[in-house]
Design a protein around this ligand. Structure first.
Ligand SMILES: *[C@@H]1O[C@H](CO)[C@@H](O)[C@H](O)[C@H]1NC(C)=O
Ligand SMILES: *[C@@H]1O[C@H](CO)[C@@H](O)[C@H](O)[C@H]1NC(C)=O
Length: 307
């Protein structure tokens, strides 16, 4: 069985260096604010730390887990927020060189998500080809491959009022489109059985101990698929902290600390006993992200390292 290792503290040289691995940074809920300066101090600190992580540890790409533009997404593909909240905010040379694979969160769906797709034509690094899509990754120097399946969980489960207590998605805006996405996922998971790793990413959590907690719709639709297809890990944002959970061979990474940080663990009792392995949401923290590394023989996820 694949084991997800978790390092929660600074571990300067351990596992660092180039090596034969796929590596990426996963950051969610990073989308600044709609007034000048359009970035929060935490977004700026997270961006700087991501640049250092890419330089020191290595990264092949960034996975952006949604809520890319607070609070109402963007208007069109020329919206200045692309410059203010994205291009200028993540300006470290090490980050500029990386492709960003993007998915949409509930706040993006308040605005124009097709404009976020269209922005892929304007930016060297912004890659958002479709609401949901698949990437194949090769572990260099080996025959090991990884499949990354990127979902739109808002189209799957519906929008939410982000500030409502215990707000749950209201159900898909288009049931046929949600059904089509789900059957696409089922086909892709079946086709990925020869890939060494399968990662699934979406905005809403399956499991989370924090304020939003588990998403019932995803527990129903997604969790059985993740288990049946022995998915390595599900990555998400939405709750504003860093979490690692593990249930029945599947890792659950919550990385929603790119702009806000929340310590609340009101759904601690809503996850299976023993599943929650790591939580970090200290309000004084400058934000955070996860670093994932897929070696030919084991995956590693690191949260909350100091860069
Ligand atoms: C959304 O953005 C696209 C791309 O810029 C644009 O063509 C479209 O008109 C926008 N939709 C609305 C409702 O403004
Ligand atoms: C990859 O697979 C090919 C064909 O099966 C094999 O010849 C080669 O030795 C493999 N390479 C590695 C690094 O395992």
């Amino acid at each position: 069985m694949l084991l997800l290792l978790l390092a929660v503290t600074a571990a300067a040289a351990v596992g660092a260096g180039p090596g034969k691995a796929v590596q990426f940074l996963a950051v969610g809920d990073w989308g600044g604010v709609p007034e000048p300066p359009f970035v929060t101090p935490r977004e700026a600190a997270t961006a700087a730390a991501m640049g250092r992580a890419a330089a020191e540890r290595g990264a092949d790409f960034v996975l952006a887990l949604g809520d890319n533009f607070y609070y109402d997404g963007v208007r069109d593909e020329w919206d200045p927020r692309f410059q203010e909240t994205f291009e200028r905010a993540f300006a470290a040379p090490e980050l500029r060189a990386l492709p960003w694979f993007v998915l949409a969160g509930n706040h993006d769906h308040h605005g124009n998500v097709s404009a976020q797709l269209a922005y892929s034509r304007h930016s060297e690094r912004w890659r958002f080809p479709h609401y949901y899509y698949s990437l194949r990754l090769h572990v260099p120097g080996t025959n090991a491959t990884a499949r990354l399946l990127v979902l739109d969980t808002v189209l799957l489960c519906g929008a939410t009022d982000d500030f409502g207590v215990g707000a749950t998605p209201r159900g898909p805006p288009d049931a046929a489109a949600a059904e089509a996405q789900l059957s696409w996922l089922q086909r892709r998971l079946a086709a990925a059985r020869h890939d060494r790793y399968v990662l699934v990413a979406g905005h809403y959590p399956v499991w989370s101990v924090a304020e939003h907690g588990p998403t019932q719709c995803l527990l129903r639709l997604l969790r059985p698929l993740l288990r049946r297809h022995r998915v390595t890990a599900y990555l998400c944002g939405h709750d504003h902290n860093l979490q690692f959970l593990h249930e029945d061979g599947v890792g659950y990474v919550v990385s929603g600390a790119g702009n806000f940080m929340e310590a609340s663990q009101t759904h601690r009792a809503a996850v299976p006993p023993g599943a929650a392995r790591f939580f970090y949401g200290a309000p004084e923290s400058p934000g955070g992200f996860a670093h994932l590394r897929l070696d030919a023989d084991h995956p590693t996820v690191r949260c909350r390292e100091r860069y």
